[in-house]
Design a protein around this ligand. Structure first.
Ligand SMILES: Nc1nc2c(c(=O)[nH]1)N[C@H]1C(S)=C(S)[C@@H](COP(=O)(O)OP(=O)(O)OC[C@H]3O[C@@H](n4cnc5c(=O)[nH]c(N)nc54)[C@H](O)[C@@H]3O)O[C@H]1N2
Ligand SMILES: Nc1nc2c(c(=O)[nH]1)N[C@H]1C(S)=C(S)[C@@H](COP(=O)(O)OP(=O)(O)OC[C@H]3O[C@@H](n4cnc5c(=O)[nH]c(N)nc54)[C@H](O)[C@@H]3O)O[C@H]1N2
Ligand code: SF4
Ligand SMILES: [Mo]
Length: 733
């Protein structure tokens, strides 16, 4: 008999509350769970959960390769879990004793695109307990701008942790973020906010998702967002459309700067040197709307109108994401938007960006286990970048594996990440993986990254194992909810949950003492203890338990900001001391028609990309119901751009960059700037049921966008790759 069980979908960052229908050991359906704070809706991917669980190509057993990495066929051979775990522990221990634990890099699929969100903190704990400072986790492509770049202004992650208070916002600003595709819970909350009268501003080269409903849609040229922000800021300043009290009291606007050295002087410092106030320097470094129009393509009048709207409709709540992360100027762009946001005075106020109070919990990510004395890969080159926070960029990892700089990365323990498809320079990624002495990959499917592994471990899907989620982030109600996702169906084959594998590995490595001797329940009890909620209570309440937590506003009035100076650092002395511009600046993207006129003649179009509603990143092309809706890789272009090249809608085209070419179908989009095209990454998997082919990740016939995109020249501060603004030409195939 079919039964309904409350659960949540962890396939993407939305983590939608859901009702699962289970019958006779099979998952039949996933539907919304309206009482759950993220349960208003389920997307097509969530609805496809039963197909994912039951897919015939799922990995079911641990496998060992039997041929050299250069061979076309890894010759996978089934082995037991015991043998797999013993082999991994022996290899990692040997490498650590020969080369130090830092030679072992740990990797994870992004928690925004996979159920690794269930276990990422425990993986970080394992890495730290093992002694490695190196986590390969897409920080430079996905999280840097939201989390760490903003630390240099706010001392805290805004908007990464300080999320938009959509329920009370007067004006919502989405900048390079399309939640209709990427985070359903934000999209539904935004629609509700619009209904009660909130204004909406969207900055995006495409009129996608909520952009079509926005009060203002700013069609920015990819990679020029900082120029736009600097012009909006200038209009705010010139018209007094900013929060003077906040700026004076809580930022360093009134502090003095030595004009001979650029040094920022703390209030009260005396000097004979010439000085100017930060505010004056800042105002001068902004752009006029006309200058910004020339750079960004956004009309000057619209820039003025948006500055006015932000002021009149405040409080402003904002979010930025992929559209701003993957650029050679990512850090400065985020700095410019942080500056603009500081002027609204909306931070940490109702309806602005706030820190929804989290459920009290014991931290499990093992900060206390960090061994002293290791140096993360990349920290020498970019001391303020991701490596400072123990994240390795793709390019730095490849260099460490291939060239031994700054030391040799010899092993990779990877959970899910499809590195070769997800980073630019795919072929270099494959070579880097082949150069490792040992590579173990855990996944549900054999992806092109797994093809370079020595061992492959089968992971359960989200519905085959329990998982604990403390906080659903998007509102106070969501952040107050703790839920233990139940095991709904038995694991397929010998698959184990990522969490089980992490704990088993820890025990095999002799780190059981830091992992509750492999006892997951004991680990969760420890994690939960400060919350007052017990594991038994959660098992009896599959829909989750909501705690009576309240958001605390204007925390800075009690304790200041968590920057070195205690105020919002519009002028960053930290950046200056490292040789970077202390005030937000605009730098032309590294691969643009203006910065590379030599390439622009041959590759005249600006190339960006965006996610698909139907798939997560490089996944899900094998799922029949999803592939039916989006059967082939597409590139969006303006009809005039197509006509000039004799291309009709639906034609197969070649997307050519200086690195090579890939295939895609032409999709017309009249709302695009004719000079801009938008591709899709992630195409490799066939959908057997539909007779839809796969595409080789490398070489002829490939549809892998990242094969022809490059990781460099990257952002000088973070190493972010220019995946969202480069140059290409489109021709008929
Ligand atoms: N359906 C689905 N959901 C997902 C994912 C998925 O693959 N599929 N992935 C998950 C992950 S890992 C992430 S990181 C999030 C990302 O979520 P989003 O950031 O919302 O994802 P994107 O659609 O890639 O990018 C957002 C918008 O940025 C625009 N854009 C491109 N270039 C620029 C630019 O230079 N400037 C500006 N201002 N905008 C630009 C694109 O047109 C796009 O509409 O989504 C998560 N959720
Ligand atoms: N050109 C271009 N490149 C991009 C992006 C872009 O927008 N444009 N986006 C970038 C971003 S934002 C990100 S986050 C990265 C994403 O890159 P990845 O994090 O590598 O994400 P996916 O491509 O979704 O691949 C996830 C892999 O994990 C496996 N997997 C899924 N769920 C689980 C699980 O629960 N456990 C385990 N062990 N494995 C699982 C999947 O089968 C798949 O093989 O790509 C980046 N690359
Ligand atoms: S939006 Fe994300 S979390 Fe929600 S149902 Fe779809 S895939 Fe699952
Ligand atoms: Mo991401």
């Amino acid at each position: 008999m079919a039964t309904d069980v409350a659960t949540f979908c962890p396939l993407c960052v939305s983590r939608c509350g859901a009702t699962a229908t289970v019958d006779n050991g099979r998952l039949l359906a996933l539907r919304p769970l309206p009482g759950h704070p993220t349960g208003q809706a389920i997307c097509v991917k969530g609805k496809a959960a039963p197909e994912i669980v039951a897919h015939p190509e799922r990995l079911l057993h641990p496998l060992r390769r039997t041929t050299p990495k250069s061979a076309d066929d890894p010759g996978w051979e089934r082995i037991s879990w015991d043998e797999a775990l013993t082999t991994i522990a022996a290899k990692l221990t040997a490498i650590a004793s020969e080369s130090g634990p830092e030679a072992v890099v740990f990797g994870s699929a992004s928690p925004s695109t996979s159920a690794m969100s269930d276990s990422i903190d425990w993986l970080v704990r394992l890495r730290r307990a093992f002694g490695s400072p190196n986590l390969l986790g897409y920080m430079e492509l996905c999280g840097w701008g939201r989390y760490f770049a903003t630390m240099y202004t706010w001392g805290e992650p805004v908007p990464g942790a300080y999320l938009p208070d959509l329920d009370q916002a007067g004006c919502i600003l989405y900048w390079g973020y399309n939640p209709s595709v990427s985070r359903l819970a934000h999209a539904t909350a935004t629609t509700a906010a619009r209904r009660r009268g909130a204004k909406l501003v969207v900055v995006d080269p495409r009129r996608a998702g909520l952009a079509s409903k926005a009060d203002q849609w700013l069609r920015v040229r990819p990679g020029t967002d900082a120029a736009l922000a600097l012009a909006i800021t200038r209009v705010m300043i010139e018209n007094d459309w900013y929060d003077k009290e906040f700026v004076e009291k809580w930022t360093n606007a009134s502090w003095l700067v030595r004009t001979d050295t650029g040094e920022l002087l703390a209030p009260g410092t005396t000097t004979d040197a010439p000085t100017r106030a930060v505010w004056d320097l800042l105002a001068e470094s902004c752009l006029t709307p006309e200058e910004a129009e020339r750079i960004t393509g956004v009309p000057a009048e619209q820039i003025v109108a948006v500055a006015r709207l932000l002021w009149e409709a405040r409080p402003v709540a904002f979010y930025t994401w992929s559209g701003l992360e993957q650029h050679s100027n990512a850090t400065q762009t985020v700095r410019a938007i942080s500056q603009l946001y500081a002027l609204t005075g909306s931070l940490d106020k109702p309806g602005g960006n706030v820190l929804f109070t989290p459920i009290p919990a014991n931290p499990i990510d093992g900060m206390d286990l960090r061994p002293p004395g290791t140096r993360a890969i990349g920290v020498d080159d970019r001391p303020l970048g991701p490596a400072r926070y123990e994240f390795v960029t793709g390019e730095d990892f490849y260099r460490a594996a291939l060239d031994g700089v700054p030391y040799r990365a010899r092993a990779l323990v990877n959970f899910g990440a499809n590195l070769v498809m997800a980073h630019g320079d795919s072929a270099r990624g494959r070579d880097a993986l082949a150069a490792l002495d040992f590579f173990v990959h855990t996944d549900l499917f054999l992806n092109p990254t797994a093809a370079q592994a020595d061992l492959v471990l089968p992971a359960t899907s989200a519905w085959e194992a329990e998982a604990l989620r403390m906080g659903f982030e998007t509102s106070q109600a969501a952040q107050s909810t703790v839920q233990l996702r139940q095991q709904l169906v038995a694991p397929r084959g010998e698959a184990r949950s990522d969490l089980r594998i992490i704990f088993d590995l820890a025990v095999a490595l002799g780190l059981g003492a830091q992992f509750f001797d492999g006892d997951l329940d004991a680990a969760w009890r420890h994690q939960l203890a400060p919350s007052g909620v017990t594991l038994d209570q959660l098992r009896a309440a599959p829909e989750g338990i909501r705690l009576p937590l309240e958001t605390v506003h204007r925390k800075y009035e009690q304790r200041g900001f968590r920057t070195p100076s205690g105020v919002v650092e519009l002028y960053s002395e930290t950046l200056r001391q490292h040789g970077y511009p202390p005030l937000p600046t605009y730098a032309e993207p590294s691969l643009s028609p203006l910065s590379r006129p030599d390439l622009a003649a041959r590759y005249p179009l600006v190339l960006t990309c965006a996610k698909s509603l139907f798939f997560c990143e490089t996944q899900h092309r094998e799922i029949t119901s999803l592939r039916k809706s989006a059967p082939e890789p597409q590139v969006e272009l303006h009809p005039d751009t197509a006509a000039a090249r004799n291309i009709s809608a639906g034609d197969w085209v070649r997307l050519e960059t200086p690195k090579g070419s890939i295939r895609a179908r032409a999709k017309f989009n009249v709302n695009l700037d004719p000079g801009v095209v938008c591709g899709q990454h992630g195409w490799w998997q066939p959908a057997g049921d539909l007779g839809q082919p796969g595409y080789p990740p490398f070489g002829d016939g490939s549809a892998n966008l990242n094969l022809v995109l490059s990781q460099t020249p990257s952002d000088p501060i973070s190493g972010s790759s220019p995946l969202r603004a480069s140059l290409c030409e489109i021709t008929r195939d």
